[in-house]
Structure formats: structure tokens, C-alpha cells
Design a protein around this ligand. Structure first.
Ligand SMILES: [Fe+2]
Length: 204
């Protein structure tokens, strides 16, 4: 029989990202999305973390993770386990104090993923992943997790979500265009110095 503490143990590893929170970073904040956009089983850098994305679009934008920057010099690796996705990476410009400038992108990358692929997220590169398929999209990653953290959906504990929230997402949204993924600029960003769009078309 499960005891009260066992449930506590389960909830420590399981987290979800709900629609109310995702509205902050959607291309269309009024769009109708699923109640949960993605599910996480958090094991940390040793046991690894598993993320499962719902398939589908919200006002044309594919379901994605919220996106974050790491605080400090932390890089991480993602392994694509199932489904079709696009990884977005962006590095912001910095001011003379080394602080990130929220609307100036130094470098942007979009990567179409393949099952079995390893995707390295270098330090300072904010990252998110998008499900462009009709099934669940599933990844593993080696990000450390702070289990003492109060908000269990903050994943990992050393992640900064505020810049993404302020800019309502990354510099491009991944959208469905005639059944295929394409990119649409987020107008809140002033500039992108260098970009590699992974062969994806940009639409207006
Ligand atoms: Fe991360």
C-alpha cells in the first residue's frame, strides 16, 4: 500500500507545464491549447530527465517547451528518443556588465531533430524544443535538478525564464505552413545578428 510519503516522492519527480503558464510565451496568447502542453519526469544529471510533448498546434504554432537560459556556465545535452521536433537555440547580446539584452539576439539556431540525435545546448544559449509531428515527441536530458525548489514545474532549478516571458517566446515561432514546419519572426525582438535556420522557411 502506498503511504502518504510515497506520493510525495512521486510528485518530486513528476511535473507538468499547464496551458495558463504557456500563454505567456505563445505566438497567440488567446489561442486554445491542451490543458497540459508537456510532461516531465525529473531525475537530474545522473538519472536524466524525460520530457514528453503533446502533438498539435495553437493558432498555427506547434506545441513547445517554455524555453529558458541557464544561470551560470551550465551546458546540457538532449537526446531525441521519439517523434519529430525542432530545437531552437538563441544567445542574447550582452551589455558591458555582462547582462543579457532581452531583445538583441547574437546568434539564433533552428535544428530539425532526428530520433537518436544528440543535441548539445552550449552555455549561454537559451533553448526550447518543439513537437512538429503527429505523435508525442520525447527527449532525455542531463540537466541537474534542484529537488528542494518550491515550484516543481521550474525545470531545472538553475534556469531563468524571465527573459523568455518578457519577450513572449524566442526570436522565431515554429508554425505550421501547408502541413510543414516554418518560422515566423517574433516582432518584439529588435535584431538577430547571426542565424542558421536549419533549412526552415520564414513566413510573414
Ligand atoms: Fe536547460
Amino acid at each position: 500500500m502506498l503511504m502518504k510519503n510515497d506520493f510525495k516522492f512521486v510528485s518530486k519527480h513528476y511535473a507538468t507545464r499547464a496551458d495558463e503558464k504557456m500563454k505567456e510565451v505563445l505566438m497567440d496568447p488567446k489561442g486554445i491549447g491542451p490543458s497540459i502542453h508537456y510532461y516531465m519526469i525529473r531525475g537530474g544529471s545522473e538519472q536524466k530527465n524525460i520530457t514528453v510533448w503533446e502533438p498539435g498546434t495553437i493558432s498555427g504554432e506547434y506545441i513547445k517547451t517554455y524555453g529558458h537560459y541557464h544561470i551560470g556556465d551550465l551546458s546540457e545535452t538532449y537526446w531525441v528518443l521519439f517523434g519529430s521536433g525542432v530545437a531552437l537555440l538563441q544567445k542574447l547580446a550582452e551589455n558591458e556588465n555582462g547582462e543579457m539584452i532581452s531583445d538583441e539576439v547574437e546568434e539564433f539556431k533552428a535544428i530539425l531533430t532526428e530520433v537518436g540525435q544528440e543535441i548539445f545546448m552550449p552555455k549561454k544559449f537559451g533553448h526550447l524544443l518543439v513537437n512538429i509531428g503527429e505523435t508525442y515527441f520525447v527527449t532525455a536530458d542531463d540537466s541537474p535538478v534542484d529537488f528542494e525548489e518550491r515550484d516543481p514545474t521550474s525545470f531545472p532549478g538553475h534556469a531563468d525564464y524571465t527573459l523568455v516571458q518578457k519577450m513572449r517566446g524566442f526570436a522565431y515561432y515554429v508554425v505550421e505552413n501547408n502541413g510543414k514546419p516554418a518560422l515566423k519572426r517574433n516582432p518584439l525582438y529588435k535584431s538577430i545578428k547571426k542565424e542558421d535556420l536549419g533549412g526552415l522557411k520564414v513566413i510573414e
